[in-house]
Design a protein around this ligand. Structure first.
Ligand SMILES: NC(=O)c1ccc[n+]([C@@H]2O[C@H](COP(=O)([O-])OP(=O)(O)OC[C@H]3O[C@@H](n4cnc5c(N)ncnc54)[C@H](OP(=O)(O)O)[C@@H]3O)[C@@H](O)[C@H]2O)c1
Length: 316
């Protein structure tokens, strides 16, 4: 069986496969809820980390400000997948919002890792989310997993997040970092926000449109998380992005083509900055051209490597 077929069959229950115990923080979010479904569909036990005392069997209580509430609930996990964090695209970046974005990533991850140190049998693997924002605004430089981080608020957030997760190397057998591009789903996220504007024929490139826009379908993101959970040889950073880096202008025209709508209303950078402030530069105008080579080397095969097929599948 080739590895793509292997990945697909791994999403179904298998008689001969050991049932994994996997805890997931942020399990109610876009990625977390899809990952939870995929793990349960193939027969694994999913223990959501809930931001309160655990009330039901199988929940693990945690407080992002202080870590696990009752650490014993997290004994003997095969993997802890850490996705939680204040949504970055939801609301204006006030000082308080930026503080929540930052504190819910690096510092919250540090507290979680400190709790893992108290366990007799800590998770075999910590799989922690991060983001392409790690690289800041990098023009057309091809960014590999070992490329240096960039400048800016999101780069600082991601650097602190990854460093805090990396400290779990002293506790877990391995730590894998999933640096996500923008996750494409009709259920929400960035594409969910763009769709109404594009459907009205009011979509267009952002700024010059020359900035690289890293993307991955939700289905491929979930499959990549499954690989990072399952493959004991994976560790360190992986870029969860499609195989085809595209610019914002290319993304915009492909989205218009798939939706059968014109994309002739550009959003000038100055207008975006007026409306969104600093978040415009960090989220919409920054350029990040990511290589996904390490994930491919680990045997991953995208179901949607190219943008056109990805958008047709997500929106079809
Ligand atoms: N979606 C993307 O395009 C994308 C791209 C790059 C990186 N990422 C990162 O990948 C992770 C998962 O993405 P997602 O799209 O699933 O995110 P999401 O839909 O915003 O979900 C994040 C989850 O984190 C928890 N959460 C919310 N506010 C929090 C806070 N202040 N402190 C601690 N936890 C909080 C919530 O889960 P509970 O209520 O269950 O605790 C929430 O459902 C996020 O950290 C995100 O930054 C996502």
């Amino acid at each position: 069986m080739n590895s793509g077929a292997q990945q697909r069959s791994d999403r179904r229950p298998q008689q001969d496969r050991r049932r994994l115990r996997v805890a997931v923080s942020g399990a109610g979010g876009l990625v977390g809820s899809a990952l939870r479904d995929a793990l349960e569909q193939r027969g694994d036990e999913v223990l959501p980390l809930v931001r309160r005392q655990a009330r039901q069997e199988g929940e693990i209580g945690w407080d992002p400000g202080s870590g696990l509430i009752a650490p014993a609930q997290a004994e003997r996990l095969d993997a802890l997948v850490h996705l939680a964090g204040e949504n970055i695209a939801d609301g204006r970046w006030t000082t308080a919002k930026k503080r929540r974005i930052f504190d819910s990533r690096g510092p919250a991850t540090a507290r979680l890792v400190e709790s893992l140190e108290q366990l007799q049998a800590p998770p075999a693997a910590l799989v922690c989310a991060s983001a392409s924002g790690y690289f800041g605004d990098r023009g057309d430089e091809l960014l590999h997993e070992q490329s240096l981080p960039g400048d800016g608020f999101l780069a600082d957030v991601c650097r602190a997040w990854e460093a805090a997760a990396g400290a779990a190397e002293d506790v877990c057998d391995r730590v894998a970092i999933a640096r996500l591009g923008v996750v494409l789903s009709r259920r929400g996220g960035a594409l969910g926000r763009m769709m109404p504007i594009f459907k009205l024929g009011m979509g267009g490139r952002l700024g010059s449109g020359d900035q690289y826009f890293p993307w991955i379908t939700l289905e491929d993101a979930v499959a990549a998380f499954l690989l990072l959970i399952d493959d004991a040889s994976t560790n360190g950073p992986y870029h969860l992005v499609g195989a085809e880096p595209v610019t914002n202008a290319e993304f915009t025209s492909e989205l218009g083509r798939v939706l059968h709508r014109p994309t002739i209303v550009p959003a000038p950078a100055i207008g975006l900055r007026l409306v969104l402030g600093e978040a415009a530069d960090e989220m919409l105008l920054a350029s990040a051209r990511l290589s996904t080579q390490r994930l491919l080397d680990a045997g991953f095969e995208h179901r949607h490597p190219m943008l056109r097929g990805a958008l047709e599948s997500v929106l079809g």
